[in-house]
Write a protein that binds this ligand. Structure first.
Ligand code: ATP
Ligand code: MG
Length: 393
């Protein structure tokens, strides 16, 4: 009977220095939290690896694999068979475990790693010997050490020997929570969930703010946004979504200001309110899904006018990406299908026909001064309510 286990490897690079133990503990804790839904596992760490070790037959290793592949900070995950640290046991395990992975494969190589230096053979010797075993059990295969279709790994580690074939990419990045908390401006579109995902990948914990404009925007539009938050939360962990109404601000803008400036003015309100909420919730930066030149409000001049409204870093991880690149990430993380559901956003009600693409700050401010900015911000803050999106793994 072969026993399987997951080996989750974290990148050495980001974990150097004094914070290392803190990061490792954080990752281990995260894995334990995610394992809860999949049965009984022992989860422990050694040698830059988190071991996810099923305690009984009922533990769902496939489900756990899926869950582990969404944990930032893990660079690779291998599903491995465990055996005694001796060549006879390793040989037997290779013979019975490895052939199932070889369908459709023509070439392979063996990579051995011996972190337990007391083991009798060195890595070269293990590779050579196990290469022979694989050739014997799968006679169709050839060895190709340069560009193999699949790599068979044998690792002699602290707690045992591990045999695996093929390694899967982890989510990469840094453990969520190791780089502060940011406030994501979350619309129902394609870009902002991707922006949130990307910053979470850099270790940023997320809160989100969503602006609605009821009755111009609908209940369904809000539900869609909460669903997007819930998908991002599979990676980032729980998200508190703060919902603020812009209805009155938009109605006042339409009455008092020149149409060409609507979007810009609205964005300055959004940023100002977002900054207020960020400070209250101890977020150190704002995050948006803006991409340079994508729409009129995302030219350099427009972004300058928007940034001028706040006194806090604004992270725009999509800024240098094409729509296609953003879409491909949205598909990968699972937000795309939800994002393309056709519900209105508050930015799309009262949109100007000829928005300013090269706005001048002074002119924008002159328009802004037609209303009592601070009072409207204050009033909007009064509409805030918070929805706790719990991460479902
Ligand atoms: P997305 O695809 O994320 O909606 P977009 O390309 O449609 O972005 P805009 O609608 O101009 O661009 O919005 C730019 C950014 O402003 C969004 O990525 C998001 O961060 C923020 N934003 C827009 N609308 C809202 C909203 N209703 N609530 C919160 N943030 C918003
Ligand atoms: Mg949008």
């Amino acid at each position: 009977m072969i026993k399987e286990i997951l080996l989750c490897k974290y990148g050495e690079i980001v974990l150097k220095g004094a914070n290392r133990k803190y990061f490792e503990d954080m990752l281990c804790k995260e894995m334990k939290k995610r394992a809860r839904g999949y049965g009984n596992f022992d989860i422990y760490r050694a040698q830059s690896t988190i071991y996810i070790d099923p305690k009984d037959e009922d533990a769902d290793l496939d489900g756990m694999f899926e869950a582990a592949s969404k944990v930032f900070g893990i660079v690779a995950i291998a599903r491995a068979a465990v055996c005694e640290k001796d060549m006879a046991a390793i040989t037997e395990t290779v013979k019975s475990y490895i052939p199932q992975f070889m369908d459709g494969k023509r070439t392979f190589k063996v990579e051995a790693k011996r972190s337990d230096k007391t083991f009798a053979l060195d890595s070269m010797e293990i590779s050579r010997e196990i290469g022979g075993v694989v050739l014997e059990s799968c006679p169709r295969l050839r060895v190709d050490v340069h560009k193999p279709d699949i790599t068979v790994k044998v690792e002699i580690r602290e707690f045992g020997a591990y045999v695996s074939a093929g390694q899967f990419k982890g989510a990469g990045g840094m453990p969520v929570g190791t780089n502060g908390k940011g406030l994501l401006l979350l619309s129902g579109g394609i870009d902002s969930p991707v922006a949130g995902y990307m910053m979470a990948k850099r270790g940023v914990r997320l809160d989100a703010i969503h602006f609605e404009s009821f009755p111009y925007t609908s209940e369904r539009a809000r539900e869609k946004v909460l669903e997007l938050a819930s998908i991002v939360a599979e990676y980032s962990g729980d998200i508190f979504v703060h919902v603020v109404s812009l209805t009155h601000i938009q109605e006042e803008l339409v009455k008092a200001c020149e149409e060409d400036y609507f979007t810009l003015l609205l964005r300055r309100y959004m940023m100002t309110i977002a900054e207020r909420v960020a400070r209250e919730k101890e977020c150190l930066a704002l995050i948006t899904g803006e991409s340079l030149g994508q729409v009129a409000s995302q030219t350099m001049q427009a972004l300058g006018v928007t940034d001028n409204a706040v006194n806090m870093p604004v992270f725009r991880p999509c800024i240098g990406m094409d729509k296609e690149e953003i879409v491909s990430i949205a598909r990968k993380i699972g937000t795309f299908e939800t994002s393309i559901q056709p519900y209105e956003d508050c930015c799309t009600v009262f949109t100007p026909k000829h928005p300013k693409t090269k706005p001048e700050l002074e002119k924008v401010k002159a328009q802004e001064d037609k209303l009592d900015f601070d009072a409207l911000v204050e009033e909007a803050m009064g509409t805030l309510y918070t929805v706790h999106i719990k991460a479902e793994y």
